[in-house]
Write a protein that binds this ligand. Structure first.
Ligand SMILES: [Cu+2]
Length: 168
């Protein structure tokens, strides 16, 4: 029993530490916030995609209506859907992404994304790209997106915790 008494506090400390990192109290109370903005824009195509986390801590439902990114001709809001066993992307109805009150909406690879069409800009990995988001209620939010390596993103999936880079 003595061993258990020693181990239990350690166990609780470890648990608390993990909860702190993984539980991730998202956003700011009373506000709609956007973070973790990344841009997949380096492929030699005329398209690209941007990803982010949107947290709506306000009392009212909101919606993302569009965005502006220099170097992108047109921006659309897209989702991924299964069509005849093939994953394809399509524009959200009315180009409107609902962000309900109290909800966190993830735009991520293989899911919702901000689509860059008619890309003319030259982008390099690590570069910071300004992005202006337009919300129904929150209005305009200006942020900076980090241009990511599309390949690194693929391999980084699943083992991001072991990379030791942390969430910054
Ligand atoms: Cu798309």
């Amino acid at each position: 029993m003595r061993l258990l008494k020693v181990l239990l506090p350690i166990f609780l400390i470890v648990l608390a530490a993990c909860g702190g990192a993984g539980g991730d109290e998202a956003g700011t109370p009373g506000e709609l916030t956007v973070d973790n903005v990344t841009a997949n824009l380096t492929l030699p195509t005329e398209t690209g995609a941007l990803y982010m986390r949107i947290v709506n801590n306000t009392d009212s439902d909101d919606a993302l209506l569009g965005a502006t990114v220099p170097g992108c001709g047109t921006i659309e809001l897209h989702e991924m859907v299964m069509q005849d066993d093939v994953m394809t992307m399509r524009q959200l109805e009315g180009n409107r992404l609902p962000i309900p009150s109290g909800q966190t909406v993830m735009l991520e690879r293989g899911g919702l994304h901000v689509m860059c069409l008619g890309k003319t800009g030259e982008f390099t990995v690590g570069q910071a790209v300004p992005i202006t988001l337009e919300f129904e209620n929150a209005g305009t939010i200006e942020l900076s997106a980090e241009v990511i390596d599309p390949g690194a993103m693929e391999s980084g999936m699943g083992d991001s915790d072991s990379m030791g880079e942390g969430d910054e």
